[in-house]
Design a protein around this ligand. Structure first.
Ligand SMILES: [Zn+2]
Length: 412
């Protein structure tokens, strides 16, 4: 395997030039999907890819595929990339790092005159963030065949325009259908968006998968009672039942697994009067873990505890699941190649499960897929203060390149 070093100064400069489009005070960028700023970022990206000798394909979801031909053009492509669209208060790194690290790999291979066997295809996915067009992951899910094309094109943004019309307006309405490209593998570099790698003081996260997510809406029904005249034992206080439930569930989830993430993010108490013990309290639960079986077990036990605690307070409870996303396990071969690439390059690393969804999730359903994480300062993301150091970005890009070359070599 040829050892090529990436040019971290060039990578940083590209991140800065891209970040200047839609620049926000404080260092971030706002390039919400298919706005003028996103179009300008895409145009800049396409220009850079053409300069690097790539041909450009656009599919019907506006995904951009920059192809650097391999020695054998008939082989399936090794693909990598991420997204250039941002949150309204986005940083310069979430998504952008993965795309521009991929570009830096292509540029570095060109500089070293290394041509892999497989075609290399760098991808910018459309609307990962899901700000204007909800939900996100539109481009990657579309390519993977998870979305109906006509329905997606007709879907409306928060400002009333349709996805298809905005693709046309910005010049990114392509003709290729889902899965038009024959793909051997997909590798995505990304900032961690959490504090784990920084705390471990390592530059590389070897990502083994993405945790599953479940959402629930719970309604606890009691009765409205006068706060002054109703003795405590005679009440059916829905809020007190929920308060106890919250404390018990947190302890129960901690006991089930240290890495089970349990959140009550919304509580609504009705009627919301200072002198009425409340008859109805609704709350939400967000539950996350990498093991689907553990989530199954937690789901059953949580629902039982909610009912039991409510009944002790003379209330009834109903728990309804509103969202269910299965955990993703990345390709074992690719994960071990990333680990090896990191070890051989001399970087400290840590195995990690992604806490957030990424474009790699839909890709993992159709082709061997993995991710490479790098630390970001204080774990902050979706904010203008988001920051990744040049050293860490260089490490992640080197590991990305070595992973691509190693996979290219073993598939020959
Ligand atoms: Zn992202």
């Amino acid at each position: 395997m040829t050892m090529v070093a990436i040019n971290s100064a060039r990578l940083v400069s590209s991140i800065e030039i891209m970040g200047a489009i839609g620049a926000l005070p404080g260092g971030g960028s706002c390039r919400v999907a298919l706005t003028d700023a996103d179009r300008d970022g895409r145009d800049l990206f396409v220009g850079w890819c053409k300069d690097a000798g790539c041909s450009i394909d656009i599919d019907c979801f506006g995904n951009i595929f920059a192809r650097l031909e391999g020695r054998d053009p008939t082989l399936p492509a090794i693909t990598f990339g991420s997204h250039l669209d941002t949150q309204p208060t986005g940083g310069r790194f979430d998504g952008i790092y993965g795309v521009l690290a991929g570009l830096e790999v292509l540029r570095s291979l060109n500089d070293a005159k290394v041509t892999p066997q497989h075609p290399l295809v760098l991808i910018n996915w459309t609307n990962e963030e899901g700000v204007r067009f909800n939900p996100g992951l539109t481009g990657a899910e579309g390519f993977a065949g998870e979305r109906d094309v006509a329905t997606t094109l007709a879907s409306k943004s928060t400002d009333g325009s349709s996805f298809g019309a905005e693709l046309t307006r910005t010049g990114y309405a392509g003709l290729h259908g889902p899965r038009f490209l024959d793909v051997a593998a997909y590798i995505e570099a990304h900032i961690e968006q959490g504090p784990i790698l920084e705390q471990a003081n390592v530059p590389i996260g070897v990502v083994t998968g993405v945790q599953g997510v479940r959402w629930y809406e719970v309604s606890v029904q009691g009765a409205n009672r006068h706060a002054g005249t109703t003795p405590m034992p005679a009440r059916q206080d829905s809020f007190m039942a929920v308060a106890e439930t919250a404390v018990v569930l947190r302890a129960h989830c901690r006991a089930l697994a240290a890495d089970l993430r349990f959140t009550i993010g919304r509580v609504a108490v009705a009627p919301g009067s200072v002198n009425t013990s409340p008859g109805q309290t609704k709350f939400t639960i967000d539950l996350r873990h990498p093991d689907e079986q553990l989530l199954d077990r937690a789901e059953i036990e949580i629902a039982a505890l909610i009912t039991e605690i409510a009944s002790r307070d003379g209330c009834t409870a109903e728990t309804k699941k509103t969202f269910h996303l299965k955990p993703v396990t990345f390709d074992a071969t690719l994960v071990s190649i990333v680990q090896q690439a990191s070890d051989v390059a001399g970087y400290g690393s840590k195995r990690i499960v992604s806490g957030a969804m990424h474009d790699a999730c839909p890709m993992a359903k159709i082709v061997p897929t993995t991710m490479i994480f790098i630390p970001c300062r204080d774990g902050v993301s979706h904010d203008v203060t988001e920051y990744a150091s040049e050293t860490d970005m260089a490490a992640g890009t080197n590991v990305l390149m070595r992973t691509i070359l190693a996979y290219d070599a073993i598939q020959q």
